[in-house]
Every structure is written in structure tokens, then in C-alpha cells.
Design a protein around this ligand. Structure first.
Ligand code: GCB
Length: 622
């Protein structure tokens, strides 16, 4: 499934704005679905409210029961389609696509079911041509039923617990238990798009790149649907628009002399160099010549892992970056352009060259900017909170494999993605974890042999049953926070031991994939105490002193937890959410952001490839 793009042969329309919305707030988790509200317009079924798309629905109204709602909700939008989308011989193919909707979706068009999808963070689509092209009117009614209920077999997993003690809970009372630390926002989170293609069309493109001695090769494979007899021609253009290589046919190689390689931000004066690969398909269908054109951005770069290094284009790469969340006031996990632009500006201000998509795949719009700006990505699946023994069974495993297929298919051509992470902090010490992770990792490598694969662990190095299968050890630790709270002085000893134990056991490079401390902005204490801005700063400095020793050996990266404060379930250790951000949820810096900024620019400066404008202004501030 290719990302919808504007091309000479395709049209696209985003269905944003306000949709009609209805949740059945009566108790009982499956209550709302029985109503079959797709049969006639939603507004005729009872009171509807206006709900923005894309956005989470939880924080839009003043109703606490919608904020914490679990069960079915309904969205509906009516759109008039242009006549040219409905006629022609052959008529164009019309596709309805969701960037993501959390968690389980069923979609109808004019009352006809067109697609179902499980999973909240990846796109899905339906060819709706036959439904709308047969209809007498150009009105198209799109109805979506969404359910945010999690089970031990969903990704992420969760479970519903009914409270049967009538002396303590009302009738039918239940809660959803989750083993992950972020709010389970739900709704249509990413753009809904209608797009056309010709009846015969380019369905998928795969590119991989190699480069040595001033010559690069872009290996490609193109699949076409709707015609068996077709011709394909490809041309690769540089950023000046000059064609640098051409090829014909569905499988082949484009050779580029003196290529401009794709380099990470701060590793080169021109990071994120993208060529554009134009693929043209021509096919005779029913005596008519059809042409489809798709243009794919291509970055030429290589990735290799040794026992002590992570190499990009043959040069050692050190991850100095962050973990993020898709999370903000009001919109929850809904895609928001001002927030996206602000976050990339903050990342570059910070001197961060990388992030991990903790703990689920991020929007394609975000990934596009990583490709364009040279921000390196560890692309994580929604495999977070896999803790229950049932979540390691075959049903869960099969679903996890399917999710990896969707993720790899979506992001395989992105130069920014240098490694897949299949999970975060699973119970990897449990016996079934060995088979589970061996299988998920082998499957991911079979889908994409060009990238290393990992999962992020917080298990003991001697007990972890998944670690033997990863290419890079990614380890999370919270010394002086969850362990020995308040005792910053234990960090050097404990962190050094952590690194040495993992390295001695596996001889694989290590990334500190999380570390951090909560701080409530404006809370000060000297000497530092927990939750003050000073404590967060001091903890970072203790960690950094160990990183500086170990990065000369086999530590290849450090990713702070977290870029910004984010919302979680309510609990005794959370103050309006998780406060481990170095920025507030509103993206204002806490004191720790300046510690990190000085450090990241200093590390970047060691490779002396800083972009001049940002350097002059940031490095001399101190
Ligand atoms: C972790 C988790 C992350 C949490 C974080 C914390 O280990 O991976 O999802 O938010 O710790 O702050 O507790």
C-alpha cells in the first residue's frame, strides 16, 4: 500500500474537519454496536456531536465519561464526489484510506461494509469503486465504528476486568487494565483520504540501496495490479531535477555515479538528501491505454552493525536523541501540523539526531520529515506491555507477525529508518519469550534483510530470553528513580555494571534506550530532590558521565525518556501524566533541556559537520 501522493495520474482529497460522532455511553462494553448505526445516516439515529478528524475524541468534550470511554463509537461524514471519479471506461479506481484509527475499525460506505482493521497505528484502506460507482447519486456516506477495547491478544495488549462486588461497584462496572504508561487515546487519529488511481495501477515499490567507491546502486521492485501486460519505466532525479539514472521493467537496478548520500542531521553539511524516483506504468486495459505515475523519495545510504559500532555509510553513528510520544493537549494522539513542525524545530534546537517511535509507529507525515531532515529513526511496533503469559501464545504471535508486515510495508523505503524495534519492555524473562521473539525477529528480518532488528528490554541481562536474537542491545534503566529513589550517587556504579554485564554476555553494541526522571516544571530544590528540575538535571549528568566512558567502547547511543511530558492513566505516581519530559507538554523547555542541548551539540561538534547557522548561535551561548 503506497502512501497517497499527488501525481499526474492520481487525485486525492482529505476528509478532515468535523464529522458526526456518537458514543453509546450506557454501561457495558459492547453496548453501542448492537444499534447498527450504519444503516441510515447517523444524525437520524439520535443526538450526534461534532468531532474533529484527525483527533482523539477523549479530551474534546467536557464529559468525563467520554474521556474514559471504553467501547464502540461512531463517526460519519457525507461527501459529494466529483462526477469524473465515478464515470469513464474504465472508471478510475477510488480508494478510501485511513492513516490510522484506534483500535479496531469497521467502515461502511453508503451502508455497505468495505473494510475492517485491527490495530491503532497503521494505515488501512478499501477500494470503494464498485460501491460508489453503482450508486445513483454522487453522495457518499462514510460511517466508521471504532472500538478501543484491548485484549491480551491486541497490540498493545490490555484486559477488561469486571468488578463484581456489588457493595463497592455499580452493576456492570468494569475497568480496562493496561501494562503501558500512556493514555489509551482513541479516535480517528490520522488523515482520512479519498484518492484515485487508474484501473491498472502501481501497487507497491520496494527500494534498497548500496554504495561503494563513488558508485551507488538503487535496487528496485515494482508491483502492478489490474493488468498483466504493462510496461514500466523508471527515472531517478536529483534535487536539481536532473535525471541521473533510468531503467525499465519491474525489477532492476539504477546506477548512480558520485551519489549524494543520505546523511543524518549533524553528520554532514547537507543532511537528508533525497532523490526522487519516478515510476511510470503503461497498460492496455480493454483497448484503452492507461498510465499511472508514482514518485517515491529515495535516500541512498547503507547501515551496518559491528560488535561495537553502528555504521551509516560506513561511518560510526552515535544516537544522541530522544524518545517521543504522539501526545498533546486537546487533540490527544491526533495528527497536528503545528505540533509536528514545532517538535522538529525543538529536535534540531536540541541537537538531537535521532528518535525512537516509542511505543508505536508514528504518522507517515512525521516519518516524511525524518527522511527530509535527516533525523534517524528506530521504528517501533505497538508491541508495548507484552507481560501476560497469554500474550505470548500463538494467537498473539500471529497478530504480531501481521503487524510487522504492515509496518515494514509502510516504512521499508525510508532512509531515516535504520532499525526496527519489535517491542518495548516485554516480560522477556518468561520461558515462552524465547520462541516468541526468535520468531518475530526472524520474520522481520525476512521481510527486510537490509535493516537490523531489536526490541527494547528492561529485563536482567542474565535472564532475558529475547536478547540472543537482537542485533543491537537496547536497554532501559531508571537508577535513582524506580530503584534507590533519591540516591543519585548509585548511578555510576550501577550503570557501569549494567553496560559491562550486557556487553560481556552478548558482545553487541548497546543503546541506552531510556533513562530519565520526572520533574514538575517550576519545582526547585538545591540540593536536588526528586521531582525538582534540579534533580532531573543532576540525574542526567550522572548518566552522561558513564556514557562518556562507555561510548569510547561499545555504547552507541543514548535516548532520553522523554522528549515531552505526556498523558497517562491516573495513578499515585503520575501528576497529570508522566513528567519525565525535558519539555513540558506545551513544548516549553525545563532546565534539563539545556543540559541535554549543551551535551548533544558538544557530541555533534566532535564530528565537526555542524550546519553553520545553528552552530554559531547555539554553541557559543554557554
Ligand atoms: C519505561 C517505559 C515507558 C515509561 C517509563 C516511565 O520503562 O518504557 O513507557 O513511560 O518507563 O516513565 O516509567
Amino acid at each position: 500500500m503506497l502512501q497517497p501522493r499527488d501525481t499526474p495520474s492520481r487525485e486525492r482529497r482529505e476528509l478532515g474537519g468535523l464529522w458526526s460522532f456518537r458514543a453509546d455511553l450506557s454501561p457495558g462494553r459492547d453496548a453501542g454496536f448492537a444499534q447498527r448505526w450504519y444503516r441510515r445516516p447517523l444524525r437520524q439515529t439520535g443526538p450526534v456531536i461534532d468531532m474533529p478528524v484527525p483527533a482523539s475524541f477523549n479530551d474534546i468534550t467536557q464529559d468525563p465519561s467520554l474521556e474514559n470511554y471504553i467501547g464502540w463509537v461512531w463517526y460519519e461524514k457525507e461527501v459529494l464526489l466529483p462526477v469524473r471519479w465515478l464515470q469513464g471506461d474504465p472508471a478510475p479506481r477510488l480508494v478510501l484510506r485511513f492513516g490510522s484509527a484506534h483500535y479496531y475499525s469497521i467502515v461502511w460506505v453508503n451502508g455497505v461494509q468495505v473494510v475492517e482493521h485491527e490495530g491503532g497505528h497503521l494505515p488501512f484502506e478499501a477500494d470503494i469503486s464498485s460501491v460508489v460507482q453503482g450508486s445513483p447519486s454522487t453522495l457518499c456516506r462514510i460511517t466508521v465504528a471504532l472500538n478501543n477495547t484491548l485484549s491480551p491478544h491486541t497490540l498493545p495488549p490490555g484486559s477488561i476486568q469486571y468488578m463484581s462486588d456489588k457493595s463497592r461497584y455499580p452493576k456492570n462496572y468494569f475497568v480496562q487494565n493496561i501494562k503501558f504508561d500512556f493514555f489509551n487515546y482513541a479516535g480517528i487519529h490520522r488523515p482520512v483520504v479519498l484518492y484515485t488511481t487508474p484501473a491498472a495501477y502501481i501497487d507497491d515499490i520496494t527500494v534498497t540501496t548500496t554504495s561503494s567507491d563513488g558508485v551507488a546502486a538503487v535496487q528496485y521492485q515494482v508491483s502492478v495490479v489490474g493488468s498483466t501486460a504493462n510496461s514500466l519505466s523508471l527515472s531517478l532525479r536529483d534535487q536539481e531535477g536532473k535525471v541521473v539514472a533510468t531503467a525499465d521493467g519491474s525489477v532492476g537496478e539504477l546506477k548512480v555515479l558520485n551519489p549524494n548520500l543520505w546523511w543524518p542531521y549533524l553528520m554532514h553539511e547537507n543532511p537528508g538528501y533525497l532523490y526522487s524516483l519516478e515510476v511510470k506504468m503503461q497498460a492496455q486495459v480493454g483497448g484503452v491505454l492507461l498510465e499511472d505515475v508514482y514518485t517515491l523519495p529515495v535516500g541512498i545510504r547503507t547501515v551496518h552493525v559491528t560488535s561495537t559500532q553502528f555504521l551509516i555509510n560506513g561511518r560510526p553513528f552515535y544516537f544522541h536523541g530522544v524518545n517521543k510520544h504522539e501526545d498533546a493537549d486537546i487533540r490527544g494522539k491526533g495528527l497536528d501540523w503545528p505540533l509536528i513542525a514545532k517538535d522538529f524545530n525543538l529536535l534540531r534546537w536540541l541537537g538531537a539526531n535521532s528518535f525512537r517511535t516509542s511505543h508505536y509507529p508514528y504518522a507517515e507525515e512525521i516519518m516524511d520529515l525524518c527522511d527530509a531532515y535527516g533525523i534517524v529513526v528506530i521504528d517501533e511496533s505497538p508491541g508495548v506491555g507484552i507481560k501476560l503469559p497469554e500474550s505470548f501464545g500463538n494467537k498473539s504471535l500471529q497478530h504480531h507477525l501481521a503487524v510487522m508486515e504492515e509496518l515494514v510495508r509502510r516504512d521499508k523505503n525510508r532512509p531515516s529508518v535504520v532499525m526496527w524495534s519489535v517491542a518495548n519492555e516485554p516480560a522477556s524473562e518468561l520461558p515462552p519469550a524465547a520462541h516468541y521473539f526468535k520468531t518475530v525477529i526472524a520474520h522481520t528480518k525476512a521481510l527486510d534483510p537490509s535493516r537490523p532488528v531489536t526490541f527494547v528490554t528492561d529485563a536482567n541481562y542474565a535472564l532475558d530470553r529475547g536478547a540472543p536474537y537482537v542485533d543491537v542491545i537496547c536497554v532501559n534503566s531508571y537508577f535513582s528513580w524506580y530503584h534507590d529513589p533519591g540516591h543519585l550517587e548509585v548511578i555510576p556504579l550501577q550503570l557501569t555494571a549494567q553496560f559491562e554485564n550486557w556487553y560481556k554476555t552478548y558482545q553487541k553494541p548497546i543503546i541506552q534506550s531510556e533513562y530519565g526522571a520526572d520533574s514538575v516544571p517550576g519545582l526547585h530544590s538545591d540540593p536536588p530532590v526528586m521531582f525538582s528540575e534540579e534533580y532531573q538535571q543532576a540525574m542526567l549528568r550522572e548518566y552522561h558521565s558513564v556514557f562518556d566512558k562507555k561510548r569510547k567502547e561499545y555504547v552507541i547511543g543514548e535516548l532520553i525518556w522523554n522528549f515531552a511530558d505526556f498523558m497517562t492513566n491516573q495513578g499515585t505516581t503520575r501528576v497529570l501524566g508522566n513528567k519525565k519530559g525535558i519539555f513540558t507538554r506545551q513544548r516549553q523547555p525545563k532546565a534539563a533541556a539545556f543540559v541535554l542541548r549543551d551535551r548533544y551539540w558538544k557530541i555533534a561538534n566532535e564530528s565537526s559537520c555542524l550546519p553553520p547557522v545553528i552552530t554559531s548561535h547555539s554553541l557559543f551561548l554557554k
